[in-house]
Design a binder for this molecule. Structure first.
Ligand SMILES: Cc1ncc(COP(=O)(O)O)c(C=O)c1O
Length: 379
């Protein structure tokens, strides 16, 4: 550490030099991220509450009220009544918390997830000492319900279904999975970290049908991330639950005003709570629907630009598009050299693009030309 501090000007000069090296969502060249540029109002709200700490809620009753409102609005969006949930730091913490609850209430058994589920689940299983088991996918890249049925047993602590999977953006048959689980005590968690802010609005637009949330009675918990398609700031994740899940996950906190503190984190950054609150109120259902409509139109537009050149393994269900390529890593690295960012999915031999709100039609045309050129170069 320096003995004498730098002036504000000097520090900002350094900050700027780092910022200039970072990619910007605004440039539209990021197609490998489920995050985007937050709404301006969300950024301002975040700054208004950047120092508040929900780890010590008695000091910040106003922030607690906002958290409660966010849970109420999102519970209603996911058809959960009465509202019930917790504001966390993102999908990883939400998936971990669901698995933690399952282990505390069902014991150290197996965790069943569809193949290709987000790696946070494998991480949670590792930390919690659960046996991680992947269920194969059926046609349409969703969990094979027959395979799940065969894998089930009384030693299963938790089953996770995806509503907007990380790789394909697909939605597991949550209703059918719920039926399979009826004879078992396993906790049933839906990972809608990505799809939670997409599917309700696709339903409004008549572009998606089927229940993936608390309309399925067997669903115990579900997570959705305001810092992905929710247009809020990082770190923002929400875990909703039918029955209180935090009581078994609460520990004495003698030096705070509350006797027990729930969940994994102590100090909890609360700017993102305010940002989520602001985004929800400002956009309303209409605003989110418009964002999702544009993302979905852009996804289908990109598909139309690429489908003559590449096989499309699954028709986009949400705003995620995969194209089959001969050498995914080579394609990804080639595109990266041209400052385009996509994901290489080795297991399925695809390139994955997430069509977030920061992408425009013009940029997608430019991108498709570059990708088709990559095919000429790589083969
Ligand atoms: C479906 C799904 N679940 C969980 C996560 C983890 O979320 P986070 O990175 O916010 O911890 C992701 C991240 O992309 C995801 O796509």
């Amino acid at each position: 550490m320096r003995e004498k501090g730098l002036t504000e000007k000097e520090v900002f000069r350094l900050l700027l030099s780092h910022k200039e090296k970072d990619e910007l969502y605004e440039d539209g060249r990021i197609l490998n991220s489920m995050s985007t540029l937050p709404l301006e109002i969300a950024r301002k709200a975040h700054m208004m509450f950047f120092e508040t700490n929900l780890g010590n809620p008695d000091l910040f009753p106003g922030t607690v009220e906002m958290e409660r409102d966010v849970i109420r609005i999102l519970s209603s969006l996911m058809h959960l009544s009465p509202p019930n949930g917790a504001f966390l730091s993102g999908g990883t913490e939400a998936n971990f918390t669901a698995a933690w609850y399952a282990r505390e209430t069902r014991g150290r058994g197996r965790m069943l997830v569809p193949q290709g589920a987000h790696f946070s689940l494998r991480k949670a299983a590792s930390i919690l000492g659960l046996e991680f088991q992947e269920i194969p996918l059926a046609e349409g890249y969703v969990m094979d319900v027959g395979a799940l049925e065969r894998a089930m047993g009384d030693d299963v602590s938790i089953v996770v279904a995806m509503a907007g999977s990380t790789i394909f953006g697909t939605v597991d048959p949550v209703g059918e999975i719920g039926k399979v689980l009826e004879g078992y005590d396993a906790h049933f968690h839906v990972d809608a970290a990505f799809g939670g802010f997409v599917l309700p609005f696709l339903e409004d637009l008549g572009l998606f049908r089927g229940a993936y949330d608390f309309r399925v009675k067997r669903v115990d918990s579900l997570c959705l991330d305001p810092h992905k398609m929710g247009m809020a700031t990082i770190p923002a994740g929400v875990l909703l639950f039918r029955r209180d899940m935090m009581a078994p996950l609460s520990f004495p906190s003698p030096y705070l005003t509350r006797e027990a503190t729930p969940g994994f984190l102590g100090t909890r950054a609360s700017g993102a709570v305010a940002a989520t609150y602001a985004a929800l109120l400002h956009l309303g259902r209409e605003g989110y629907r418009e964002i999702v409509r544009r993302c979905m139109e852009n996804t289908l537009f990109l598909k139309s630009l690429l489908e003559d050149e590449f096989e499309i393994p699954v028709d986009p269900v949400t705003n995620v598009l995969n194209v089959r390529v001969s050498k995914p890593v080579e394609y990804r690295d080639y595109l990266r050299e041209q400052e385009w960012y996509v994901s290489a999915i080795r297991e399925y031999g695809t390139l994955r693009m997430v069509i977030m709100p920061h992408l425009s039609e013009d940029v997608l045309v430019e991108f498709s030309e570059e990708l088709i050129h990559a095919k000429r170069v790589i083969g």
